[in-house]
Ligand binder design. Structure first.
Ligand SMILES: Cc1cc2nc3c(=O)[nH]c(=O)nc-3n(C[C@H](O)[C@H](O)[C@H](O)COP(=O)(O)OP(=O)(O)OC[C@H]3O[C@@H](n4cnc5c(N)ncnc54)[C@H](O)[C@@H]3O)c2cc1C
Length: 448
């Protein structure tokens, strides 16, 4: 690719073009996962669907592979690769909420902080992710689990429409009235079918929650985990809950439990057992705004190396819980964390045929999230995540969560996340919208 062709691309886009010589290049190629350090040939910051079509055309003419960037959070680093053209959507961050129709229209590059800020201005929400800098589109296309999952379901269950630019430059709309099969595929099938410049979501009224964090240490961790398990087994629809196992500065295990209650009781009965459990060292539960709840998990961008691996499981037996706690200390240093997301409540209500993903019947998503800073520790942390995932595997159902997968997952794990029938249906959809597999830098669904 010559500097003349780069200039031509600059002239054909309303947005920005960033090449390796530009001052903005290093910041623009950075992702959430510091393990990913790649040098694309060019980054096309698209200002709309026409720009996306022009970027696809340029990539074709220059024989460049394509990567697509939303919030840059995917731990596999699919949004950037050496020598590719990156279609970067970070100029498309506008979110418009229609309070009367209870619909939000989100740009393809919006983050959850953009989304929540716009919708909370009307006292409305959609169940999204728990970290503000995560991309709305990327998270939605893999499912979407967060603080409102029990109440309103997976994020993709609230996706009602999208504008998609396919690799041949065609703009396609997906909704229940138009290209319904494409909407089905976007609900779990990832960024396989096109670049999405707009997403429409259903909204629900909600401004305040009872939430925060409960922290347990020492012997109390096992009991805290069991009470968390019992709480979500009774499936209260007004209460989502996640748990995180990690270690403190002295590498002693710690448990954080993060409920989000949206019922009318200011002191929810359901939380009593958790709040009186032995080993509770900090009770941070209280009334807060939804935007405050959304700050609980905020984490630095691009600073830590990450390798994640996990399984959806049908149950959390004592044996597994005890094993997970023991695994926190095997490295003799902080390994990262183990995230346990409950899928009780509304995900089970949705019609399984409404979206491609195949994990809504699982009880929990359990993920080993290795986190470290120094490259000399790459091998031990990656191995820790793999070993921990192997310990979870005997209880696995429905494969792994595509949103947390690394790039080294075999095709069979991607297939298992959908089930054979849905996977074949996705492959047919892929053949229709991206027969050349231009969009292959993702949890890939090969064309049929
Ligand atoms: C700190 C952190 C917190 C997270 N929290 C949650 C959470 O609470 N719940 C949850 O379910 N997941 C969560 N995730 C996982 C996250 O949902 C996925 O990694 C998701 O892929 C990130 O999307 P992104 O746009 O930020 O990432 P990117 O890396 O930019 O994009 C990932 C892929 O998504 C596709 N994509 C993104 N935008 C578009 C678009 N507009 N059109 C077409 N394809 C697109 C592309 O294939 C792209 O390669 C989290 C991840 C991190 C690192």
């Amino acid at each position: 690719m010559t500097s003349t062709s780069l200039d031509e691309l600059r002239q054909s886009l309303a947005g920005e073009v960033i090449g390796p010589e530009d001052a903005a290049y290093d910041a623009a190629r950075r992702c959430y996962n510091a393990l990913v350090d790649r040098r694309p040939a060019v980054i096309a910051r698209c200002a709309g669907a026409n720009d996306v079509a022009a970027a696809f055309e340029f990539a074709r003419a220059e024989e460049l592979e394509v990567a697509v960037r939303g919030g840059g959070h995917n731990p596999a680093g699919h949004c950037v690769a050496d020598g590719v053209l990156v279609i970067d959507l970070s100029l498309l961050r506008k979110v418009e909420a229609d309070g009367a129709a209870r619909i939000a229209r989100s740009g393809g590059g919006a983050t959850w902080l953009d989304f929540d800020t716009a919708t909370q201005a009307f006292g409305l929400v959609t169940p999204g992710g728990v970290v503000g800098s995560t991309g709305v589109a990327g998270l939605t296309f893999g499912g979407g689990i967060g603080h409102l999952t029990a109440q309103y379901g997976l994020t993709c269950d609230s996706l009602v429409g999208a504008e998609v630019v396919t690799p041949d430059g065609t703009v396609v709309r997906a909704s229940s009235d138009e290209n319904e099969e494409l909407l089905w595929g976007l609900r779990g099938g990832g960024g396989n079918f096109g670049v999405v410049t707009r997403l429409d979501f259903r909204l629900y009224p909600l401004e305040r929650v009872v939430g925060g964090a409960l922290t347990y240490s020492g012997e109390g961790i096992g009991e805290g985990l069991r009470r968390f398990r019992e709480l979500v087994a009774s499936a209260p629809r007004e209460l989502s809950c996640q748990a995180v196992l990690s270690v403190d500065e002295s590498v002693a295990p710690m448990l954080g439990v993060y409920p989000c209650y949206t019922g009318s009781n200011g002191d929810p009965e359901e939380l009593r057992a958790l709040r009186t459990a032995p080993g509770l060292v900090d009770d941070g539960i209280g009334a807060r705004t939804f935007l405050e709840q959304q700050l609980l998990f905020d984490s630095p961008y691009g600073e830590n190396r990450q390798y994640w691996k996990g399984h959806f499981v049908r149950e959390l037996p004592d044996e597994l819980l005890d094993d997970l706690v023991e695994r926190l200390v095997v490295l003799g240093r902080a390994p990262g964390g183990i995230l346990i997301e409950s899928l009780h409540g509304a995900p089970k209500d949705a019609d399984p045929a409404s979206g491609a993903l195949g994990f809504r019947q699982a009880a929990f998503n359990v993920s080993a999230m290795a986190t470290w800073q120094d490259a000399v520790h790459d091998e031990v942390h990656i191995q820790w995540a793999r070993d921990t995932a192997a310990a979870i595997e005997p209880w696995s159902v429905s494969g792994g969560y595509a949103n947390y997968m690394q790039a080294d997952e075999p095709l069979e794990r991607v297939r298992a996340a959908f089930g054979d029938d849905a996977f074949e249906r996705l492959r047919a959809l892929k053949s229709k919208y991206d027969p050349g597999n231009v969009l292959r830098r993702n949890q890939n669904i090969p064309p049929a």
